[in-house]
Design a protein. Structure first.
Length: 458
């Protein structure tokens, strides 16, 4: 007879499925690893059972004990399945932004669920991190897996998900993409794949309101990057121990809206009834692929969970409409914005060897506030009127020094189809412009003034 001893024995060996529609026009073979084929309908089943079994082996979790965890829902489901098979009690804390379906599902499998406020600091006693820790301290014979800092999370994906991807692509994978939350699936798989082939490119998908992308690029934990967002399962306002930034080559940020729209497209166009962060991962992956993938490349994207978790949110038209995600009017894109710019459209730049005085004179003469800095036909930095003014107030003598001494980082290039809502979230006080290439491949600049003009025209 062919059967399993319990549901936890069915975890793993999920399929790779080729994308055929949403990636139309993008080079390369793009595959989704569909993790809702796990028994708990998400990839979190893998690390949940690993954390429990490792805790048992260490003696941290004893028979009849209680598992206490802060979760966005899916880890809780995996832990609940393990608890059922092994005879443990479960208490889970969730942030109040999580979907009602996740809460109901956890209660259906016997877990006690405590809902905590989202808009509080991680160390606030009301946060779902803090509440889980307090319950653990107050409960005899309890175990707090702490998926964020428990390295069994990463090991689970190193031992299972990574080898499955390598096996099923016959070692032909060139790019790996995953949303980054706890960091386990991103970094466990990345470590395994890079051990097989160091040239595999890894791309982490982050959300606006999360600290990961800026921390990777600057090494600075910027609290100004942290603000409430709706997407569940990715992004953080902390730096989990499972996030090994050395294993993540690049980050892409995705808005709540773009993620929600792509989630529905995956269901409608690909037959993949997946969760919200799956839309984030695919949108971010395709944005990266448009600029970097070649025809013979193979990209694998982790699709973490199932759409049943989000029936009242991204799969509900009223909810989508209430959040401005189902609007009839077309949003402007970077391409349409630069096509409406007045003037000759030639980009004004300055050499890094020019003086600050020359830069000021040029910006005044052509009436611009942002100025890209070049060296050997490469963009190496940028200048802004506010930045120069601040520097001049601090030290008026800098007028005679080269701009390379005071320039800021170069403006980021974005794809031509980047929408207005994404551009508006990127251009702010700390990033006053972005760049894009026109149909002829020539560089152009988009500023806050361009965004305001586009909105007024719309």
């Amino acid at each position: 007879m062919n059967y399993y001893q319990s549901m936890i024995d069915t975890i793993g060996n999920t399929p790779l499925v080729k994308l055929n529609s949403v990636n139309r026009g993008v080079l390369g073979t793009i595959l989704g690893k569909v993790e809702y084929f796990n028994p708990g309908n998400s990839m979190k089943d893998r690390m949940a059972i690993k954390m429990i079994e490792d805790a048992e082996a260490r003696g941290d979790l004893k028979p009849g004990g209680t598992i206490v965890e802060g979760t966005s829902g899916n880890t809780g489901m995996g832990l609940a399945l393990a608890a059922i098979a092994k005879g443990y009690r479960c208490v889970f804390t969730l942030a109040d932004k999580q979907s009602r379906e996740k809460i109901d599902i956890l209660r259906a499998v016997g877990a006690e669920v405590i809902v905590c406020p989202t808009a509080v600091a991680p160390d606030d006693p009301r946060s779902y991190y803090s509440v889980a820790q307090r319950i653990t301290e107050e409960t005899e014979n309890s175990y707090y897996p702490n998926q964020y800092n428990n390295l069994s999370n990463t090991v689970a994906h190193y031992e299972t998900t990574g080898p499955e991807i390598w096996r099923d692509t016959e070692g032909k994978i060139t790019h790996y993409v995953a949303g980054v939350g706890t960091g386990g699936s991103m970094c466990g798989v990345a470590r395994y794949l890079k051990e097989q082939n160091p040239d595999v490119v890894t791309v982490g998908v982050d959300t606006y309101g999360s600290v990961f992308k800026k921390y990777k690029e600057t090494g600075v934990f910027d609290e100004k990057e942290v603000y409430p967002y709706l997407t569940e399962g990715i992004g953080e306002d902390i730096l989990p121990a499972n996030v090994d930034f050395s294993l993540i080559d690049h980050f892409v940020k995705v808005t709540d809206k773009d993620a929600a729209i792509m989630t529905r497209r995956l269901s409608r166009e690909e037959g993949m009834f997946v969760g919200w962060s799956c839309g984030s991962a695919v949108w971010g992956a395709l944005e990266w692929a448009k600029e970097h993938l070649k025809d013979d490349d193979v990209m694998v994207i982790i699709l973490p969970d199932h759409g049943t978790r989000y029936l009242a949110k991204v799969y509900n038209d009223d909810w989508m409409r209430d959040h401005g995600f189902l609007e009839n009017r077309e949003y402007s894109t970077a391409a349409t914005i630069i096509s409406k710019q007045s003037g000759e459209h030639a980009l004004t730049t300055i050499s890094q060897e020019s003086t600050v005085a020359e830069a000021l004179s040029l910006m005044t003469s052509v009436n611009i506030s942002q100025l890209p800095v070049t060296a050997n036909d490469e963009f190496v930095g940028s200048l802004s009127d506010t930045g120069l003014l601040s520097n001049l107030i601090d030290d008026p003598t800098i007028r005679d020094i080269a701009v390379q001494k005071v320039m800021e980082p170069p403006f980021q290039f974005v794809p031509a189809d980047t929408t207005l809502d994404v551009l508006s979230s990127m251009i702010n006080r700390d990033c006053q412009a972005v760049m894009v290439r026109d149909r002829q491949g020539l560089p152009r600049i988009i500023t806050q003034h361009d965004l305001l003009e586009s909105i007024s025209v719309a």
